[in-house]
Write a protein that binds this ligand. Structure first.
Ligand code: CMP
Length: 140
């Protein structure tokens, strides 16, 4: 069943480049409500666990190193059709292919350092949200 929540992270590159405010502004302007949010840093172990689905991919080591290289903003967002609408808002994984005006087209620098993460299904949105937040840290 479709849910109305998605999960996102503003990645270390976008944090380092000073884009937290601009990205949150676009997310809110697009009609997403913040259900949970934290400024945090993943250990290499936690980043590896979060991206375990990509363990066999050639870029896994690089991905884990990058995602644990600095602070991130993790958030659960709510809106009708949240997963699909959020993926539209952020654009393609590779910023070179991201549509004009999308968050990745504006703020990402490469396929590896692509500014934001967006859950790819309702099921993964729930799993990823629970990875970062306890139920008591989410406010509907
Ligand atoms: P994300 O949406 O967070 O999910 C998996 C991440 O793996 C993806 O964004 C990219 O940052 C990263 N990724 C995907 N493909 C590549 C690649 N070819 N090289 C490096 N990183 C990649």
């Amino acid at each position: 069943m479709a849910t109305n929540r998605t999960f996102t992270m503003i990645k270390p590159d976008a944090v380092r480049n000073g884009h937290i405010g601009a990205i949150l502004d676009k997310i809110c302007a697009a009609g997403f409500k913040i259900v949970a949010m934290k400024y945090t840093k993943l250990s290499a172990e936690k980043a590896g666990e979060f991206y375990a689905v990509h363990k066999e991919r050639p870029f896994y080591g690089e991905l884990v190193e990058f995602m644990s290289s600095g602070p991130i903003v993790a958030a659960v967002l709510e809106k009708d059709n949240a997963v699909a609408d959020f993926r539209k808002l952020i654009g393609a994984t590779n910023p070179a292919e991201a549509a004009e005006g999308t968050i990745r087209a504006l703020y990402a620098t490469s396929i590896g350092e692509n500014a934001v993460h967006g859950a790819d299904s309702d099921e993964n949105a729930a799993i990823e949200g629970s990875f970062h937040f306890a139920g008591t840290e989410m406010f509907a």
